[in-house]
Design a protein around this ligand. Sequence first.
Ligand SMILES: [Zn+2]
Length: 271
Amino acid sequence: MNTALPDYEVYAIRYATREGQRRDHFIGGDPHDGPMAMDYYSWLVIGPDRRFVIDCGFTPEVAIQRKRVHLRNPVDALRHFDIRPEDVEDVILTHLHYDHVGNFAQFPKARFHLQEPELAFATSKYMRHPFVAHPFEVEDVVGVVRLNYGGRVVFHNGDEELAPGLRLHFAGGHSAGLQFVSVHTKRGWVVLASDVTHYYENMESGRPFTTTFHVGDTLEGYDKLRRIAPTPDHIVPGHDPLVMKLYPAPRPELEGIAVRLDVPPKPRSSV
Ligand SMILES: [Zn+2]
């Protein structure tokens, strides 16, 4: 019996961006304030037998409403990888914030993998507080409730192996049911942190991003990323523009659109 784990290809697709200030991205602000942009990604994992889409971005309508620069529909961008959304069977939702779930309706056949506490949180008493509800779009949450009534949400609790070489990890913190994903590749286990750490700097300096439900769980989440990843270079933050600089485009025509994460990054000092 062959027990070797498959080596997956892993890609980040950049679909939106916004200008920002450093003080916007750390609880308590930042002593060295200055510009700090934010990028928005979804991720694609391709194995020999199965493929997984991780998070699916927001719609152009929500981009206007929230004043984000929408560069492309991340679901349409799957065509660069010869993937038709109607053929996708598994979508992993790291959490239900607007920038991770907005295009769910474009996957007519998919099962959606979610940590059970995330949907409970998104429909909880806390949502009457605008501070907590702000990163959610109520229509997205209602849409996921409808998907569940249709039998299309797969609930996970804690850390689980979804497929050989692909694992889900509960983190919480930024959102009560946040999860991240580790993927076996030819360079070892790549850890797709999603919003467990928005930027490399949140994790490295131990200063959580401003949108945080539970500060303690967020800090524990940084430690969990480091426990799961073989080296810090295997951790890919959820919103850092550095990701586009450190990793190569899979093909020249995808420059600025997608990068390949299953190859080692350039040294941080070189970018
Ligand atoms: Zn996010």
